[in-house]
Structures are given as structure tokens and as C-alpha cells.
Design a protein around this ligand. Structure first.
Ligand code: SME
Length: 163
């Protein structure tokens, strides 16, 4: 089980509240989808410990296409229902994978990735925009606090587009 650095991240929920405030400031007054995705991916990647990839896939003509991210180059297109990203998108639900080797159909982009969390991006009118995807080289890096904190950030991203 991955442990946050205790001095910096003793209280994960408080850390996510701080991150949410930073995200709010970063996205304030801007509604460009690429600009906001790029800044949010960079914020998440540099503020959350234990990640090797953080970024976006956008739904385009029925498949997920990679968007702004931080980390090693990733696979460009993922079909709906395929891999962790396509499964989270098709099911419209966050998926937390403790060990990618245990997820049938996981699509390896960086061999270092051990665990993964994918959050669907759903607009207030119900339209699926894509997913937010985080990878970690640590097994079981993501838990329920990460899921709720990242769902909040994903909601903030989607909300920023409607400003
Ligand atoms: N592992 C993902 C593919 C995207 S990369 O992790 C960046 C998946 O199985 O959908």
C-alpha cells in the first residue's frame, strides 16, 4: 500500500481541498478546454505524490483520444469499453485499479505503471466528454479519498468549460 509523505500529506482530504482551491484559481475566468486540461494535468502531476502519468482523454467520434497530459508518451486512441479508460468512460463511473495486472484488458502505456484511477468527465447535461486518468508506479496508490478528491477536480474542469 502506497503511503503519502506524512509531513506533506498527513490529511489527504485536506490536501485535496487545498488542491481544489488551487485548481479553482488556475481555471478561473478561462473556458478553453485544452488550456484548462493542460494546466490541470500539470497541477495534479506536480502536486500529488507518487504519479508517473496524469492527463486527459477526450471523446471524439466515438473513441477516446489523448489530450493534455504529463508523463511519458501514451497510446493515442482507446475504444469505448477497452482498457481502464474505455471501461470508466463506457460505465460512466470512476474505476480504481490496485494492480493493473489484475485488470483484464488493461492497456499498458508506461511499463512502470502499477495502479491507476480513471474518472469520467460528464457535463451537467449528461454528455460524456472524456476521462481524467492517473497512473502510479506504486501498487494500490489510489483509494476512496483520491476518488472523491479527483472527482471534485474533474467536476471543476467540466464546470470551467461552461463558464
Ligand atoms: N492504462 C490505460 C491507458 C492509458 S495510459 O495509462 C496513459 C487503460 O488501460 O485504459
Amino acid at each position: 500500500m502506497f503511503r503519502m509523505d506524512e509531513t506533506d500529506f498527513a490529511d489527504k482530504q485536506a490536501a485535496y481541498r487545498a488542491l481544489d482551491a488551487q485548481a479553482g484559481a488556475l481555471l478561473a475566468g478561462e473556458s478553453d478546454p485544452v488550456a484548462n486540461a493542460a494546466n490541470l494535468a500539470a497541477l495534479i502531476f506536480h502536486q500529488l505524490p507518487g504519479l508517473n502519468w496524469a492527463g486527459f482523454y477526450f471523446l471524439k467520434e466515438g473513441e477516446l483520444v489523448v489530450g493534455p497530459f504529463q508523463g511519458r508518451p501514451a497510446c493515442v486512441r482507446i475504444a469505448m469499453g477497452r482498457g481502464v479508460c474505455g471501461s470508466a468512460a463506457a460505465g460512466r463511473k470512476t474505476i480504481v485499479v490496485d494492480d493493473v495486472d489484475d485488470f483484464p484488458g488493461h492497456i499498458p502505456c508506461d511499463a512502470a505503471s502499477r495502479s491507476e484511477i480513471v474518472i469520467p468527465l460528464i457535463r451537467s447535461d449528461g454528455v460524456l466528454l472524456g476521462v481524467l486518468d492517473l497512473d502510479s508506479p506504486h501498487r494500490a496508490r489510489f483509494d476512496a479519498d483520491d476518488a472523491s478528491g479527483l472527482e471534485c477536480l474533474a467536476g471543476r474542469y467540466v464546470g470551467s468549460l461552461e463558464d
